[in-house]
Design a protein around this ligand. Sequence first.
Ligand code: 5FU
Length: 283
Amino acid sequence: STSLQPYGSRVGNFAKNAAARNILETMERKQSNLCVSVDVTKKKDLLDIVDAVGEAVIMVKTHIDIVEDFDMDLVVQLTALAKKHDFVIFEDRKFADIGNTVSLQYAAGVHKIASWSDITNAHLVPGTGIIDGLAKVGEPLGRGLLLLAEMSSKGTLAAGEYTRANVEAAYNNESGFVMGFIAMGRVDDKYAPADKPKRDFLVLTPGVGLDVTGDAMGQQYRTPDEVIYKSGCDVIIVGRGIYGALTKESDDTARQAAVESVRKQGNRYREAGWEAYLKRINH
Ligand code: 5FU
């Protein structure tokens, strides 16, 4: 399995995808496999969280449509932070429509996702035309796409033959635009098509927490060790476990303390993720 190779040695496996190469190189440079998911509704909170954890992460994941005071200045500031701290941006848009519609949703509208997000993701529910629609916009910009082969939530229908279909669609994508999966394990190994040469893909995994096992709405958490070491995934995605302290309005002193706590949690998850990775490649 390619997951037993060091991140840096896999760069050459992604000759056709600049975003994937950049992610692997950033992981080596920063000794981190941590993506922070910043699911907050205020621009200032988003930017403060990202600035606090920027040093520890290789990727910042957004749900840009939940930001109430979104404007293009947020994009300017977020991309400036990406330069300052050396991370890539992942808009977790979960596209799920016909090719023509997703190409418009990706390129246009209020958010113009393709213009600033290095990678994004899609459900394969509509069929492979969704990959063609997103590739038309994203490929010329050097972007990458992840397919949602599995999900972390209780009762997910993304399993079994549906997961296999995602892996097959990725293997059939000749251009290299599809660079990986959202999945809970090494689906690219488990469902590798027998009639094709093995290819490398990145596996990014949400549902990661060190302190709790779930939430009230079906989220399920596993530890960085379970995800990176035991399941062979490449990137841990952590949301509330990192930014949780900064969700309530508070005075300046309390806010400063909350930002410091966010920074601390970022370092804690970076260390846990990297330790699990070292254990994996040295096993
Ligand atoms: F595709 C998925 C999935 O299967 N589970 C997820 O939790 C995406 N997510 C996202 O990861 C979800 O939309 C949140 O943005 C994030 C997890 O946040 P948490 O606060 O760590 O639970």
